[in-house]
Design a protein around this ligand. Sequence first.
Ligand code: G16
Length: 538
Amino acid sequence: MIEIIKTTPYTDQKMGTAGLRKKSKVVMQEHYFENFLQSIFNVIAPEGKTFVIGGDGRFYNSIAIQKLIKMSAANGVKKLIVGKNGYLSTPASSNMILKNHTDGGFVLTASHNPGGENGDFGIKYATETGGQCSSQVSDKIFEQTKNITEFKILQCEDIKLDTLGSQKVGEMEVEIVDPITDYVKLMESIFDFDAIKKMFANGFTMRFDAMNAVTGPYAIEIFENVLGAAKGSVLNATPKQDFGGLHPDPNLVYAKELVDIMYGENAPDFGAANDGDGDRNMILGKKFFVTPSDSLAILTDNYALIPAYKGGIFGVAKSMATSTAVARVADAHKIGYYEVPTGWKYFVNLMDSKRITFCGEESFGTGSSHIREKDGIWAVLFWLNIIAATGKSVEEITTEHWQKYGRSYYLRFDFDGIPTDIANDLMKNLEEKLPSLNGQEMNGFKIKLAEVFTYNDPVDHSSTSNGMRILMEDGSRIVFRLSGTSSSGATLRVYLEKLERNKFDANPRDMVDELLKMAMNIAEIEKRTGKKQADVTT
Ligand code: G16
């Protein structure tokens, strides 16, 4: 029986950079999830449509997914394709949306944010493009959430999600699928699996840290079972509701176990980690870290080594905050180059219109037009393929890249937990100051341009402003923006980049020191937030 339940709106259901992301306890409030989902349905008219659904397995996944299924049935959805046990990585979901030509999908995830009852929960909504909905659509959904008065739900038993195959829930078909098989096939169609297998057979060693999140089973299948990496190469491979207490953000701070292994004695040849929902990646060599910005540049420079791309690529894009390393590669290869606001959704039009093949972000995201999300395992396989094709180590590949293109020393400083009004005032003050900075000399740099970054989408002609940048005459940069993925309060991100053409072995922190002083001073960070230094540096 379909029930129509009266509800009262919440006022805080605005989607951020990637869907709705909140504290688990916020989402667990009465009708919070239902209100948000019904608001999406009210905007997208789901009757007769098919969606892909799943989640990263975090706390509340199993409850939310049952609500999602029952509300879909009550709202006239024709069919749901559901990852077995309710698990689906973000890239696998995008693949399934595209492969099955569905009308979109939902991934229950707060991505790299911690999970558990005291952690975060989230919902990403993707359209038929396989990418997340545009800001125009999320704005309409937000308006709905403010006025919602009722939602529809089918009253029925919980649906069993552990058996593959089709079942009926009311009038709706629910097909439980194994998402890993299709994803492995996709990866096999892109990379030279034979070359990578040969490399493992010859003794190449790796560690992949799945951080107790959704990619564990995908990684075991691909790296250990198919490619022949030694058993035990995948760490933290079993998805856990609270990620075993880990913060599933693959960077030098949070992927500590892997970092200790890669910087220890007898380190394996290659190390990598993925985040909660499998779209982010970190790449490491023996005692060596590749910044995500460099990784994008290196993958782009080496596209011809990969079977699926050797015929040529359209172009490449990065988020504005990402370092300019890939711009120099695009220039050398004479391919299209775009800079977009932070948020993978801004790449989707560029991929659909065949302007770009690759894209990436400083926030540990890299991907290509094989899907419309960033793809952690794809990036790891790309690196393995380059290593297999060249016989070189991660360090050699990266160092040779710097020798060819120069090195963008790059660090991001995050100032967390700032009260929202203080963060907004800081940004407003900074924006007002920008015109006066043009042409000034400070801390040994000459400022070429200080501006608000505005992106004009060449396909839908929408215009988006996100963050501010100060560009120096020597190619160095300072970028300021507020995070769009915080579940409470505000995080100020300060991104620093120092371009060096000849010096490659310096300490990045030393290299950006003057830029940091300059950024702290211009944005009045200590005065306004009370913070003398960043909470997290990556
Ligand atoms: C999300 C988006 C990314 C974006 C990141 C930045 O990542 O999908 O495109 O780069 O947020 O977040 P912030 O606004 O906090 O800097 P994910 O992995 O959380 O989906």
